[in-house]
Design a protein around this ligand. Structure first.
Ligand code: ADP
Length: 547
């Protein structure tokens, strides 16, 4: 103090000093002294006039701030994270050694908004936007971004910043940390990616049953948003007929804390429904307390449809077996009775047993029943051939009109039996093509015998018309007709739309017909009204390779 005073006197400059003094009570006070020399006319110092002021309080406060600043700085340098400080408007002026070392940058590269250059380009806009939002809203800064490290790799970090306020609540500065969370983040990304590719949808619920998480696949599948699906909104994506049942199963399982299992139809983004299995198991915390479910949803639509088809197919097969055995048995029984009758005559040495009429009758009846049996067995063999994909088409050139006439001729007896005139075939122009003769013979026979069997003994009309590239065969009867819903089905295996006791048949003829027509790249369909007769139409290209 004395030195300062003497220097001021010597130099003539204003005196300014701060020093401590001890009061009679022994307290130490900080004094601020100010003074200036007064000079005489020759410019020689005469005296000094000045003030002394007790500045103990300010001095103590200042020291406190200095000490806290030093502590803050030490803290910022010793924490393992990267740390930074900015002024009140978000202009960065300090980065700790960790930041500089880990990023391999210099302070001057980072100050202001320079730090954003070391944020991954994909994350930069969001990092800046969040920072501006925090600064303008005076809220905490909390964001995630990748930082470019010394070796050039980017690593995920969480950045947190808080405003430091003065007594009046004004922001003095911001202080923040940037913490390396790369390993956790990558593990999470990896996990989410794995969940996303998993064929199942994953979900998690809380203790009250409300859903807190659904994996991405749910949203892709249903088109729901998170806001729509979470909570209990996921139930809205189930089929209206399944919703109540599913909700009941779920709520009951949740209150009983038992495994949950439900099958329901789930609405897809495009609006159709697919069958799904939804199953969850209870979750427990470390103390064994129930905290909700973790579960999965599986699309089982194809399996379910397959199962239903399989059930239908098994049912149809059983029906077929009973019809087939009945069908096979009828000619056999007739043969057997015939044989027994004949045997009796033979035993009785009845000469009539050997009469030409009797032998002729037996031969005719045997032939009729055997050909019926042969047809049944052939049909069955055809079906098994079609099933194993062995329906070969052996092509040769012929006229479909001629073949149709031949078949009609062969069925003469059957038309006579129902007292129906043999159908004429018209118009029969331009009807040559390259097809499998035996197979098309089968098609014509099937359609004609059906017209006889289901035609209520009324006349049948047959047309064979040639067009440019295809030939069309039409068989029309005036019989029982076919119900709307059965028109497609009758072309399926074992399908019959009439009472099995009414008209006999295996339900294979139209199935085989359709397969033969398909093998020729053609089409077959029926136009019919119940009770008003049916028209079966076959269209086949004249040559292979046309359709
Ligand atoms: P099947 O006659 O041996 O039962 P098909 O495959 O030939 O087997 O016919 C399947 C079913 O289609 C028949 O059972 C019958 O219900 C129906 N159907 C076929 N042709 C006619 C027709 N011309 N009129 C009415 N129904 C028919």
């Amino acid at each position: 103090m004395a030195r300062v005073f003497v220097a001021s006197v010597k130099s003539g400059e204003a005196y300014k000093d701060e020093y401590r003094t001890i009061t009679p009570e022994g307290d130490v006070l900080w004094i601020q002294a100010r003074g200036h020399l007064r000079l005489d006319d020759e410019g020689q110092p005469v005296d000094m006039i000045g003030t002394v002021m007790d500045i103990t309080e300010e001095k103590n406060a200042h020291d406190l701030i200095k000490a806290s600043e030093a502590r803050l700085q030490t803290l910022a340098e010793t924490i393992p994270q990267m740390a930074w400080r900015t002024d009140s408007v978000g202009y960065a002026y300090y980065f700790n050694l960790n930041w500089l070392k880990k990023t391999g940058t210099k302070l001057e590269d980072n100050i202001g908004t320079g730090w954003t250059n070391f944020v991954h380009p994909d994350d930069r806009a969001k990092a800046i936007e969040d920072w501006n939002l925090a600064v303008s809203g005076k809220a905490e800064y909390n964001t995630e971004y990748r930082v470019k490290m010394l070796n050039g790799d980017y690593r995920w970090h969480i950045a947190r910043g808080v405003p430091i306020l003065d007594q009046s609540g004004k922001i003095i500065e911001w202080i923040g940390t940037t913490t390396d969370v790369d390993d956790q983040k990558r593990a999470r990304i990896e996990y989410e990616r794995s969940v996303d590719v998993s064929p199942a949808i994953l979900w998690i619920t809380g203790v009250d049953g409300s859903c807190s998480y659904l994996s991405k696949k749910w949203y892709d599948f249903t088109g729901q948003t998170e806001a729509e699906a979470l909570g209990f909104g996921w139930l809205d994506a189930t089929h209206p007929d399944d919703k109540k049942r599913t909700e009941e199963i779920y709520v009951n399982a949740n209150s009983a804390q038992k495994p949950f299992y439900a099958e329901y139809r789930l609405k897809t983004k495009s609006g159709d429904y697919r069958w799904a299995i939804d199953a969850g198991n209870p979750r427990y915390d470390q103390d064994g307390k129930y905290i909700g479910y973790a579960g999965t949803v599986f699309d089982i639509h194809d399996l379910k449809i397959f199962e239903e088809e399989l059930k239908d197919a098994l049912k149809a097969r059983d029906e077929f077996l009973s019809i087939a055995s009945h069908e096979l048995k009828t000619p056999l029984t007739s043969l057997k009775i015939q044989a027994q009758l004949h045997q009796r005559l033979v035993k009785k040495n009845d000469p009539g047993a050997y009469s030409p009429e009797n032998v002729n009758r037996i031969v005719q009846l045997t032939e009729k029943q055997v050909s019926h049996l042969t047809r049944l067995v052939d049909d069955m063999l055809d079906v098994s051939r079609i099933r194993s994909g062995n329906l070969n088409v052996i092509r040769e050139e012929f006229d479909l009109c001629d073949l149709t006439k031949e078949v009609i001729e062969r069925l003469k007896g059957q038309f006579e039996n129902i007292a129906v005139p043999l159908p004429e075939v018209t118009p029969c122009q331009n009807t040559r093509g390259n097809w499998d003769k035996l197979r098309l013979e089968q098609v014509i026979t099937n359609l004609l015998t059906n017209a006889i069997r289901y035609g209520k003994k009324k006349p049948v009309t047959v047309r064979v018309e040639g067009q440019n590239q295809l030939v069309r065969l039409t068989v029309t009867d005036q019989g029982i007709g076919i119900a709307e819903g059965a028109k497609e089905k009758i072309f399926d295996r074992f399908e019959r739309s009439v009472d099995p006791n009414e008209v006999s048949g295996l339900g294979l003829g139209l199935f085989i017909t359709k397969q033969i027509v398909k093998a020729h790249n053609g089409k077959v369909w029926v136009e019919s009204e119940l009770g008003k007769g049916s028209t079966f139409i076959v269209e086949i290209p004249k040559e292979e390779g046309l359709s």
